[in-house]
Design a protein around this ligand. Structure first.
Ligand code: MV4
Length: 515
């Protein structure tokens, strides 16, 4: 096993890797930008090396500086986390060339899955179901029109280099195709420097279900089941869970999707941890893409399977065998994750910036927090707005949901606005609770009114406001005694549940704050 590894990342995922490494007796080397001098990963690693530069492109994206830091520190391997250089095949190759171990899949596997057309072609050839459509680029509008007739409307136009919803368009009829083709292709060219487009049949109300896989360097792979990731807004996942409500109703589906995911990964010579994404619709599932890295939402799989994915990544990267078979994997209970972002649901989820001046994290049974957030941390626009992940485990889905609501009630982040009240709103939605939803769930919900009190001061202001309203209302009814208890019950209620999906936002300009 490695004696020392370098972590080419920051924030919660750097901490996540540090934690497993420490449990395994592996020393960790953090790298940090000027902005992250005081960050938790800088402080929690055995050693930290400054990369210089405040921005990601001058620090966490600098392959040369990171490899030099690894050599200088005596690290034997590099863990890339997610984002930044994690899916850059050139970096993976450079790391290996420098005599270091890349804790991830081979560069060729990253490359094959990075191009959507190439991956579709490879998957189709390997017998993995892909959405019916093209496996080569469409040359121009005329070719697109001809192919669309064969596939049948509605169709989906996609950029081969796409990701995050950029360069994709639904085309419902012939008359929309030319315009959609030009704008989507132009968008892809501007965003990725690659305007190649392909097309598929459009699936109307799909669910996004993904399978976690794990491969050692000896040709042995297992799947760790699925994650349900349909609760997303503009391609940003908000809530993820393991298992999927639709898969537990039909466990054959897990077996089929699991087997298919292993087949997909094996077809590109996969090693290490990865995720195969599927679109699920009306009992069928289709390969969408593969993420060749550890994912943000990996903890829900860890909580249900009891397997530490980072530990497994380190073990297999060091050449160890997995040492267990598919039939030894068990799924116990239910885990739900919410991503807590610094954003303002009332303002179209625009990033919220400021200093975290007050912080209380939830805890207690079944609650896991993965976060790089600390008091007095500055939240700006240059880095990922994700402040924390709250992961709750329960024996059943209902238990996990109730636990998450309780955890959100305990949470208090002062200084920036967060998406917590919006998440709470979703957890209270009957479609979400029923488990019968698809990727359009959040289009049906108005999350703009899901705004929480910002901090204790605001929470107390909100309580005083409600107290006054209750008193006025009860006094108008003629009973001072009733006014007293009603107002006190509001205060008591507010003290615990000061963040709810219905708590009014109270700012200094409002009457409540003056009161
Ligand atoms: C689709 C689709 C329906 N039909 N493809 C969106 C991002 C890209 N990675 C794939 N996406 C989709 N591809 C066909 N043929 C619907 C989506 C889609 C989606 C997929 C997963 C999670 C959320 C989504 C939200 C909107 C659209």
């Amino acid at each position: 096993m490695f004696k020392r590894i370098l972590i080419a990342n920051r924030g919660e995922i750097a901490l996540r890797v540090i934690r497993s490494a420490r449990e395994m007796g592996i020393e960790t080397v953090a790298v940090y930008s000027d902005f992250d001098r005081a960050a938790l990963h800088t402080r929690m690693a055995h050693r930290a090396i400054g990369l210089g530069g405040a921005l990601p492109r001058d620090s966490y994206l600098r392959m040369d500086k990171i490899i030099a830091a690894a050599k200088k520190s005596g690290a034997e391997a590099i863990h890339p986390g997610y984002g930044f250089l994690s899916e850059n095949e050139d970096f993976a190759a450079e790391v290996t060339k420098a005599g270091l171990v890349w804790i991830g899949p081979p560069p060729a596997a990253i490359e094959a899955m990075g191009d959507k057309i190439e991956s579709r072609r490879r998957m189709k050839a390997a017998g993995v179901p892909v959405v019916p459509g093209l496996v080569e680029p469409v040359a121009d509008v005329d070719a697109a029109l001809a192919e669309a007739e064969k596939i049948g409307y509605p169709i989906m136009l996609k950029a081969s280099a796409g990701g995050g919803g950029k360069g994709i368009r639904v085309v419902r009829s012939k008359s929309e195709l030319a315009g959609a083709f030009r704008t989507a292709s132009g968008e892809a060219l501007a965003s990725f420097g690659d305007g190649r487009m392909y097309m598929e049949r459009y699936l109307d109300q799909p669910r996004h279900i993904e399978i976690q896989v794990l491969f050692d360097k000896h040709g042995h792979g297992v799947h760790l089941g699925e994650r349900e990731c349909s609760v997303q807004r503009r391609h940003q996942k908000l809530i993820e869970e393991c298992p999927s409500p639709v898969v537990v109703k039909n466990l054959k589906l897990r077996e089929q999707m699991g087997r298919t995911a292993i087949q997909a990964a094996a077809a590109v010579g996969y090693e290490n941890a990865g995720t195969v994404e599927f679109l699920y619709s009306k009992g069928e599932f289709f390969f969408l893409e593969m993420n060749t890295r550890l994912q943000v939402e990996h903890p829900v799989t860890e909580m249900v399977t009891g397997i530490d994915l980072v530990r497994e990544q380190l073990r297999v990267a060091a050449g160890e065998k997995l040492g267990y078979g598919q039939d030894e994997i068990r799924w116990n209970g239910w885990a739900i994750e919410i991503r807590l972002n610094a954003e303002d649901p009332a303002n179209n989820f625009l990033p919220s910036t400021g200093v975290i001046h007050n912080l209380r994290m939830p805890g207690g049974p079944g609650v896991r927090i993965d976060s790089g957030m600390y008091r007095n941390m500055q939240v700006g626009l240059d880095y990922d707005p994700m402040l924390a992940k709250i992961i709750c485990w329960g024996a059943t889905r209902d238990e996990a949901i109730e636990r998450m609501k309780r955890a959100i009630a305990e949470l208090n982040v002062g200084g920036v606005r967060t998406g917590a009240p919006a998440a709470l709103r979703v957890l209270e939605d009957e479609r979400f609770v029923s488990g019968e939803f698809d990727t359009h769930l959040l289009n049906h919900l108005d999350l703009s009114k899901a705004v929480g009190a910002e901090d204790h001061v605001a929470a107390i202001s909100a309580a005083v406001h409600r107290y006054n309203l209750a008193r006025r209302e009860a006094l108008a009814g003629g009973s001072a005694e009733r006014a007293g208890w009603k107002a006190r019950s509001f205060l008591a209620n507010t003290r615990y549940r000061h963040v709810t999906s219905e708590t009014p936002q109270v700012g200094p300009e409002s009457g409540a704050a003056r009161a």
